[in-house]
Structure formats: structure tokens, C-alpha cells
Design a protein around this ligand. Structure first.
Ligand SMILES: CC(C)(COP(=O)(O)OP(=O)(O)OC[C@H]1O[C@@H](n2cnc3c(N)ncnc32)[C@H](O)[C@@H]1OP(=O)(O)O)[C@@H](O)C(=O)NCCC(=O)NCCS
Length: 175
């Protein structure tokens, strides 16, 4: 299995992870591990350096799931987006780049990562979470809908149409 070992620095564990998997913000030196994970999942890693730069600037946070000492999943929460309906830096934040290694799927890691970023958004005072899903990715869309997301609008990306889904956030809603 092509995976990248992670360092085990500065753990901030979340209660949302399944047994033996820990969720925490990525460390700057884990950029290469995130790139390796995306490639192992058949996704492009081209945007990862730019994502880590945006994290250093405070515009987003990249979370990772670590199981058995390996990076097995990742998700990004964008605090500010050029489309302010998606993330305005105050009341709403945007989820992107959710991916779980194929060998670790169906264990609740995806849901755990989603719950972790929702909690982080609540702690920052956000009241709305948005998420984009590619047209045709019905599996991911159904997962989001089961977690309370509903359709808001379509936007166009260079690679095709994206459905934007939203859900309200409150201490009660993400408990
Ligand atoms: C979408 C994705 C991130 C989901 O990750 P995941 O870790 O498998 O998600 P979860 O395990 O939390 O939930 C997925 C399924 O597992 C089930 N599940 C969750 N916890 C479980 C557990 N403890 N035991 C058994 N099943 C469980 C969920 O109910 C759900 O059910 P389903 O398989 O019947 O649909 C993953 O499929 C993926 O990386 N896909 C490719 C990238 C992608 O499309 N990303 C989304 C971009 S918008």
C-alpha cells in the first residue's frame, strides 16, 4: 500500500475518530505525506503546496487522520473563499479536499473528519458550513446529505460542475 509515514508531533486528538485513528491539524512538514495520500487515491497532488501556503497564511486548516502511524485521510476547511457565500471568514466556512485511503474507507474516518472540521468551525463562531461535491460523485453527496447537508447552488470549476451543499452549525447540531 503506497502510503506516507507521518510524524507524531503536537497531537490535538478529537473525539470523532474511530478506534485507533487520530485526527489532528496537519504539520507543515507533512505536505509530502498529504501529496502521497492524494496520489495513492488517484487524485492530483498539484494543488497541495498552494494549500499548505494558504494554511500558513491562516486562510485554511488542513486536518489529517492517522491510523497505524500512516496518514489515511485528509480534509481541508477554508475560512475564507473568493466566493464569500462559501466562506466569509466570519459566519460560514467551506470544506474541501476530503479523501480517505481506499484501504481505510467505511470505518467512519470520513464522517470523523467532517465532524472534526464542523467542531472547529463552531469554535470559531461559524453558523454555516458549505461543501462542494463534483457532479456525478453521488456516493460522497449521499454521505453529506445523511450528515445534514442540502443543495444550495451549482458552480462551475475548470473540470466541470460542482454542487454546493450547506448545513447549519450549532453546538447542538454538531454534538
Ligand atoms: C467519500 C469518502 C471520503 C468517504 O470516506 P469514508 O471514510 O469511507 O467514510 P465513512 O466511513 O465515514 O462513511 C462511508 C460509509 O461507511 C459507513 N460507515 C461509517 N462508519 C462505519 C463503521 N464503523 N462500520 C461500518 N460502516 C461504517 C457509513 O455509513 C457509510 O456507509 P455506506 O458505505 O453504506 O455508504 C471516501 O469514499 C473517499 O475518499 N472517496 C474518494 C474521494 C472523494 O470522493 N471525496 C469526496 C470529495 S467531495
Amino acid at each position: 500500500m503506497a502510503q506516507a509515514r507521518t510524524t507524531e508531533l503536537s497531537w490535538h486528538t478529537f473525539k470523532d475518530a474511530p478506534p485507533r485513528v487520530r485526527l489532528r491539524p496537519a504539520q507543515p512538514e507533512e505536505e509530502g505525506a498529504v501529496m502521497a495520500l492524494r496520489r495513492a487515491c488517484g487524485w492530483s497532488a498539484e494543488s497541495v503546496p498552494q494549500q499548505f501556503r494558504a494554511m500558513r497564511d491562516g486562510r485554511r486548516t488542513i486536518y489529517i487522520a492517522v491510523g497505524d502511524g500512516y496518514l489515511v485521510g485528509t480534509i481541508t476547511v477554508e475560512w475564507v473563499h473568493e466566493d464569500r457565500e462559501l466562506a466569509d471568514g466570519v459566519t460560514c466556512a467551506h470544506i474541501s479536499n476530503l479523501v480517505v485511503h481506499p484501504a481505510y474507507r467505511h470505518r467512519g474516518i470520513g464522517r470523523g473528519l467532517l465532524a472534526a472540521v464542523q467542531r472547529a468551525a463552531v469554535r470559531r463562531g461559524c453558523r454555516l458550513m458549505t461543501i462542494g461535491v463534483d457532479h456525478g460523485n453521488d456516493y460522497a453527496r449521499r454521505l453529506y446529505e445523511r450528515l445534514g447537508y442540502s443543495f444550495r447552488k451549482d458552480v462551475n470549476a475548470p473540470w466541470g460542475a460542482i454542487h454546493v451543499l450547506t448545513r447549519p452549525l450549532s453546538d447542538h447540531a454538531v454534538a
